[in-house]
Design a protein around this ligand. Structure first.
Ligand code: FRU
Length: 595
């Protein structure tokens, strides 16, 4: 009697718990999955939940997942379903298929039962941050999944739009979509639903957006146009347009709009050339940039190619951009062609090179072909692109903060890759030549925690300084008065004995950052490196160092160079150690917080 009572009490409590918890956490149910032999499986269901949650194992081989409605394929993705270990779950969004009958086919998928026992239908997907140690605070990262290049950035009506190369089905590259995020201040980012999905033409590679203010297309003033590479059998340039401020896009029915016989033919960047009221499209073509022109954004004519004998050719040219930059201290401008290259970067793998010159609406001419100019001198700065239509003629750039040498192996799992901080570009002159200055946007100063608390620390001998209240997201401003007879160095250290060492070598005219002992480095042989830059003599050196959990972006105080490097320390760097008996430092730590 007593046991019966206890059993029914238990049942009652369970039912109560489900009715209370279910609305909060959403309904979850286990679908029936039929085994069709050889790893082929099938799920057939009337859709009432928001998501199909898939268990992923990153080391598992890729298999195919097809979504069918009414016997027709509506989505097809490659997935790494778990074989013997679940790394994490990813959601397949079913919101558009509510109350429809959906068939999901898994082709050549695992033959073990782990995935088939763990696939669930659910109303919710847990987006809470599981990467407490390394997920940055003031840099953009996707909630989950893989991200590489920034794509299609445009500004309109007070909003900065950022699209990005996105795989929502694993935190490794594949299934490229255009993810979407927006910001009104370049510091706080809000991730929005995916904007452009793969189709029967292929997956969606990098590209750009423009705002058609003058209705050159005839589709209406203010229409947003996206240009992207569709992959598949051959890379080809396609277009899509949006009449709802870039939230959703309609693909142009006459796609593709630009084709070629080249195997590497991608990353269309479209810019407005005001003197001739026409559009220019740049497409990375092998190791060159092809230029096209158009009056209406739909019909494009080939005009020229740039790159023979110019710059670095140790890798494939990707993600070009063409910008007219103001020259500091003058009213003049010059054209700058950004060309990302992989491999071939100064420290191996991916990097951004640029050319300063002239553009007449059809041909770009490099004014200085003697040296390769790099936009950043670290290892983790790639696929740089600028915002279209930015306010007050600002030229704001963003880069993928990683490197193709090891980007898919860095030790985060819930997400992989962050963007750099947005940076303002301009030109400065040195030794008769022009260079691009690359500094953090001024908006970043608004998220400083201690706005008025200018806490300068003066250090005139060897010692270690604790950085108070340190959660791993901060900026350090350092001014250094060197004794030129000796090299000087300082390091960021944590309680686990890990460190990042910054060194000025005056005789060699060199500044370097050593991340060989910075934390976890063994996920790739190419990660533990020292990056460096040639510096000229100065009485005082100023550095702005932006640290955000797993990244260190170092900017020369005069805006002459930047150095961007990832780090994966076991705990935040809490101490600054100075190792320069005869030098004098002043340090100003600023903590960052996002409210
Ligand atoms: C650069 C790149 C682009 C391409 C995209 C694919 O990182 O290789 O050329 O469009 O990534 O994700």
């Amino acid at each position: 009697m007593k046991t019966k009572f206890l059993a029914s009490l238990r049942l009652f409590i369970c039912a109560l718990a489900i009715s209370v918890i279910a609305p909060v956490f959403g309904r979850t149910n286990q679908p029936i999955i039929k085994d069709l032999g050889d790893g082929n499986h099938m799920l057939s269901t009337q859709v009432t939940n928001n998501y199909l949650l898939l268990p992923i194992q990153e080391s598992a081989p890729e298999s195919t997942m097809q979504l069918l409605i009414n016997n027709h394929q509506i989505e097809r993705h490659t997935i790494r379903l778990a074989i013997d270990k679940i790394d994490y779950f990813v959601p397949v969004n079913l919101k558009d298929y509510q109350d429809r009958h959906l068939v999901v086919r898994f082709l050549h998928a695992p033959t073990t039962s782990l995935s088939w026992n763990n696939i669930t239908l659910s109303d919710t997907f847990d987006k809470t941050n599981k990467e407490k140690t390394w997920r940055p605070i003031y840099h953009f990262t996707p909630n989950h999944g893989w991200m590489n290049d920034p794509n299609g950035m445009f500004y309109n009506k007070g909003v900065y739009h950022l699209y990005f190369q996105y795989n929502p089905y694993a935190s490794v590259w594949g299934n490229m979509h255009w993810g979407h995020a927006t910001s009104t201040d370049l510091c706080h980012w809000k991730q929005l639903p995916i904007a452009i999905f793969p189709d029967d033409m292929g997956t969606i590679f990098s590209g750009s957006c423009v705002v058609d203010h003058n209705n050159t297309s005839g589709l209406g003033a203010g229409t947003i146009f996206a240009f992207y590479t569709s992959t598949g059998v051959r890379q080809k340039q396609c277009m899509a347009y949006s009449t709802d401020e870039g939230m959703t896009f309609t693909k142009y029915e006459k796609n593709p709009i630009v084709t070629s016989t080249a195997t590497d033919f991608r990353d269309p960047k479209v810019v407005w050339y005001a003197p001739e009221k026409k559009w220019i499209m740049l497409v990375a073509t092998g190791q060159y940039i092809s230029f096209y022109t158009s009056k209406n954004l739909k019909d494009w004519t080939y005009s020229s190619q740039f790159g023979f004998g110019e710059g670095n050719h140790a890798g494939v040219w990707e993600c070009p951009d063409l910008i007219e930059l103001p020259i500091q201290g003058s009213k003049k401008t010059k054209w700058v062609l950004l060309v990302n290259i992989n491999p071939g970067g100064p420290f191996g793998g991916s990097a951004t090179q640029y050319f300063v010159g002239q553009f007449d609406g059809s041909t770009f001419i490099n004014d200085d072909s003697t040296e390769t100019k790099w936009l950043d001198h670290g290892k983790d700065h790639y696929a740089t692109a600028t915002w279209n239509n930015a306010p007050n003629h600002r030229v704001i750039a963003l880069s993928w903060m990683s490197n193709w040498e090891y980007g898919t192996h860095v030790p985060t799992m819930q997400y992989r890759s962050a963007m750099t901080v947005p940076r303002t570009l301009s030109l400065f002159r040195q030794g008769g030549d022009y260079y691009v200055s690359n500094s953090p946007v001024e908006e970043l100063s608004k998220i400083r925690q201690h706005k008025k608390d200018f806490d300068w620390i003066t250090v005139s001998h060897t010692r270690t300084k604790k950085l108070p209240n340190n959660q791993g997201a901060y900026e350090l401003i350092l001014t250094i008065k060197p004794n030129k007879t000796k090299d000087i160095s300082f390091s960021l250290n944590n309680k686990d004995g890990e460190k990042v060492v910054f060194t000025y070598q005056f005789e060699k005219g060199k500044f370097s950052i050593d991340r060989r002992f910075s934390g976890i480095v063994d996920f790739s042989r190419k990660f533990a490196t020292v990056t460096s830059i040639a510096i000229s003599e100065a009485a005082t050196y100023t550095l702005h160092i932006y640290i955000d959990k797993s990244s260190i972006e170092t900017f020369d105080g005069e805006g002459k160079w930047s150095m961007t490097n990832l780090v994966f320390p076991k705990s935040p760097y809490t101490h600054l150690s100075f190792d320069a008996a005869d030098s004098s430092y002043r340090v100003h730590p600023i903590y960052y917080t996002l409210n």
